[in-house]
Design a protein around this ligand. Sequence first.
Ligand SMILES: *Cc1c(COP(=O)(O)O)cnc(C)c1O
Length: 350
Amino acid sequence: MNKIALSSPHIEALEPYMSARRIGGSGEVWLNANELPFPRDSMQLDASQYHRYPDQGPDQVAAAYAAYAGVPPEQVLALRGADEAIDLSIRAYCRAGRDKVLVSSPTYGMYRVSADIQNAPVVDVPLTDDFELDVAAICARDDVKLVFICNPNNPTGNAFRREDIIAVLRHFEGRALVVIDEAYIEFCPRQSLAGELSNFDHLVVVRTMSKAFGLAGVHVGYLLANDAVMSIMRKVVPPYPLADPCAQIALLALSESGIGTMRKQVEEIAGIREAFCRTLSNLTAVRGCLPSAVNFVLAFFDEPELAWRALAGAGIVARGIPDRRLTDAIRFTIGSEEEMALAASVLGKR
Ligand SMILES: *Cc1c(COP(=O)(O)O)cnc(C)c1O
């Protein structure tokens, strides 16, 4: 097919996000997208309003999520995943070709993709050698409009020091929006900055039900912010951001029993993670494992090609990270006990 020469040059040059599903792979053991390994039971949904545009649903979901997150309902916007919250923040605050977005690599790849789509320049202030925020270098960038902090960080699995995040928040007060992506916060709830919304007007917190809540296939996420920011976001958000069936499923997951199930599964995953890391640390093939607060771990290998081959041979799909400091690292989502035992045994064979 001939290319139609009408598209924007910056879109033609764009590298789309390589999602785990897009990269694909062959195998039965999927440890590459940070999903929960636990399938859900079927749910009885109410189809009586499917012929109407969803109206009340998103507000009910936002209210239920607000109760769970401990913030007022007007500080919550329910969206199609955390990715939509990231995209919305950039589109609402960054003028194309002008307003810059700061990221700290290695981190979640969608910040850069969403910035590229908006044609907002990206400034990378890499994490320090021990994968902490480089606060001084970040605060030296007074030319940025939006700062992304992924806390805990994907792919390194660590939560940043609270005082570092607060220092960044203080510095950019009145100058830039600070967006804290808490996609994995259920695995370490005390690290949340949502409680700081009452102190900082320029703070945005991003959440999702794709990870700890085990609902990646339903794709519901949230943007948490104060009135001033929220009124801007509400101008940009599409009129029907949540489909009715998704809203119903989210509401069930946010019920008391739904939250209880999530907490139990988070605990189970943490146990499997600790056992997996202990086993990996004892393998000669593994140089080390970063301490993880979440449902994935980053492991470093002396001979990563051998590890990749061993995993592929056993039908295990894990994730490589396109970062120059992580060429010998593999990120493993914590799956079921059996899946992690298989992964560890395959990596231990020589
Ligand atoms: C998975 C992930 C997301 C995307 O979440 P969705 O709600 O599925 O769009 C956002 N941020 C980080 C850091 C993630 O790992």
